[in-house]
Write a new protein. Structure first.
Length: 355
């Protein structure tokens, strides 16, 4: 019987006991009391979240992070179209233990395909911190994030076919991005006309026309495991900045080396900081790959990142056209992402890579 729910508010002790049935630590020290604290409004676009504060018989308190499908119908439609709920559950079931980066321990994960519902009960990262994407990551956080990224991208390098369910950009549900970037563009431009001047609109027009070719380019070997949403709010840092953990694997796929690095730098970093550290970041990434006997030239990385940057404009276009207009944080987030991305397109003349 499915444990998926309609909304986070449906979580109670009986439901939680049912979901955690069979886990030894909860058999030995059962749940005595539960408080459900909703959290993360405006942070996650494709989910609803809660902190479950669980009091055990022994007096021990266990915190669990609960994640269910988004209540926003437009965003839920995007989640259905891109199979994001199914992918995250498959990641935790099949890949989390095989990737050389810390991820939250999964207590229970399930995707209900019939109803397009999802539930994940994950380790809550007590004592860890995550930056605010709108403010932007610090230089220290960016370089630490690159260390984690090297571990992720090193996994299945050139061997992504071993994970049969991992999509590439030519899979039907990913390839539809070529249509979505056109479909959602008018609403995106209405909502963001204050940051999309005529030059940026022309760049977006060129990218939209080139998008089918971008999907082909981003699917050419060698491919590697790609988080695809490697933004700072999906990265937790220990208080001493020596360790990190990566969450939110809804969009995991196979893509070109450099895709995640492009997203980290071009959507998560203040524009001036990105301009100052871009070359050093690329060198750090290449050096880390070389340490793992993986070779990628500076030229190849730059080219991959420019193609990736252009493809990533689907994020502000799709998300920026569909977020809840009453959610001011979402509004600001997509404004910032769009501004940072189109600034980078201008800085590096990314559209010059269009044939």
């Amino acid at each position: 019987m499915t444990k998926t729910i309609n909304t986070i508010q449906d979580i109670n002790i009986d439901w939680l006991n049912s979901a955690l049935e069979g886990i030894d630590e909860f058999k030995e020290d059962p749940i005595k009391d539960l408080k459900v604290n909703e959290m993360g409004e405006g942070i996650g676009q494709l989910g609803q979240f809660a902190l479950l504060k669980i009091l055990r018989d022994s007096g021990k308190v266990t915190n669990i992070f609960a994640k269910a499908q988004t209540p926003n119908e437009d965003m839920d439609d995007l989640a259905r179209d891109y199979l994001v709920y199914a992918r995250e559950v498959k990641f935790y079931k099949d890949l989390a233990s095989k990737v050389d980066v810390r991820t939250p321990h999964p207590y229970y994960v399930e995707f209900n395909e019939k109803e397009n519902k999802v539930i994940l009960l994950l380790e809550f990262m007590d004592g860890w911190q995550t930056p605010d994407q709108i403010s932007g990551a610090t230089e220290e956080e960016i370089f630490k994030a690159i260390e984690g990224l090297i571990s992720i991208n090193s996994s299945y390098w050139g061997e992504t076919s071993k994970v049969e369910w991992l999509p590439d950009m030519l899979d039907d549900y990913m390839y539809k991005a070529k249509d979505d970037i056109i479909t959602h563009q008018p609403e995106f431009l209405i909502r963001h006309k204050h940051i999309m001047d005529s030059s940026r609109q022309e760049d977006l027009r060129k990218i939209s026309e080139f998008y089918p070719t971008l999907c082909e380019i981003l699917s050419q070997e060698p491919l590697t495991l790609t988080h695809f949403d490697y933004r700072v709010e999906n990265i937790f840092f220990s208080s001493d900045m020596k360790k990190l953990a990566v969450i939110d694997w809804q969009l995991v796929m196979k893509n070109l080396p450099g895709y995640d690095l492009a997203y980290l730098l071009f959507s998560n970093t203040d524009i001036d900081l990105r301009r100052n550290i871009f070359e050093d970041c690329c060198n750090a990434y290449l050096s880390g790959l070389k340490d793992r006997n993986l070779n990628l030239s500076q030229e190849e990385l730059h080219k991959n990142m420019m193609y990736s940057l252009m493809a990533q404009t689907i994020v502000p276009v799709n998300g920026g056209a569909n977020f809840d207009l009453e959610n001011q944080r979402s509004k600001k987030l997509f404004e910032v992402i769009a501004d940072r991305m189109f600034s980078a397109i201008e800085d590096y003349d990314a559209t010059s890579y269009i044939g």
